[in-house]
Ligand binder design. Sequence first.
Ligand code: PLP
Length: 360
Amino acid sequence: MDADTRRAWVDIDLGALLRNARTLASRAGKPLLPMVKADAYGLGAVKVARALEALRPWGFGVATVREGEELRAAGIRRPILVFTPLFFTEFADVRRLGLTPTLGAPAAIQAWAESGGGDWHLAVDTGMSRAGIPWFAIGQVTELVQRTPPSGAFTHFHSSERNDGSLEVQQGRFREAIGALGTVPPLLHAENSPAIERQSPSPWSLVRPGVFLYGVGGGDGSVASPENVANLRARVVEVRRVRDGETVSYSATYRAVGERRIATVAAGYADGYRRSLSNCGTALVRGHRVPVAGLVTMDMTMIDVTDAACDVGDVATLMGRDGDEVLDVIDVARTADVSPYELLVGLKLRASRRYFGGEE
Ligand SMILES: *Cc1c(COP(=O)(O)O)cnc(C)c1O
């Protein structure tokens, strides 16, 4: 989609993305396997992957074959791992596109080998109970692994942002499972963003950052903080005086106390500005913080600009930076009572995207 700044758009700072990636690479001391699934968390997988190419990552991680296909079509030649269990019917496409499946189920490993084999990574479940061979059942795949050796093995942490001992437990289980395989696959990887923030250097061969690249960090014990990457902006399309006692938006949940000046912004929940920010969100206009007034609607959001200069055509920032003020993704997500991951992913709904910075 072309950048269209007439209504609502997301400004994506590829320079900040690269600096965040460098921060993690230097903490880990190991090559990056950046996760660009879900269209790079809503920010555009092709643009993000091309920008990250400047850092020569080991490869990229996606969730589906189609996501891998999009990167291949854009000319990405590095390894691309597909991090969800695949149906056997997808194996032909995986092979044609030169993607690397992550397999854990014995039947899947066998089917991959019998259908022609090729590069694959072994998924080990150490407590997430989502995908992969459970660490305690590793014996079920040792023979298969010896016959069709994977080039890598990995696990995934469920709570690495918390200093609750679970990361250590899961790493212990992973080591135990790898030890039981007989032969150690050449590449071992485990860490998502919060784990990379916490352990330096990485004890594994590759690291798999996602959300930190896109500007979200700061779990327990984190010493690295990411720069803001995504900025949701929209134009002010009308400004009106609302008399004392009048209401704003659906269900009349906002009632003016005294005369108020209300601006209508051309972005709503169809642009990823969550409805749960109704009456509690904050926007930035000309570098000033102003409150959301009334319910966020599908296409428009009203803000109270009684105390701020604001005219039709002005740009309101609903998330991200305007001048010295920043509406951090984590803070907006907390106010909206959603995860920062969900908030980012929602940005691809309708708003167009404008990229700047980076070395592309
Ligand atoms: C999404 C994902 C990651 C990245 O997680 P973040 O918390 O965003 O850094 C890493 N590994 C796997 C298997 C994933 O699915």
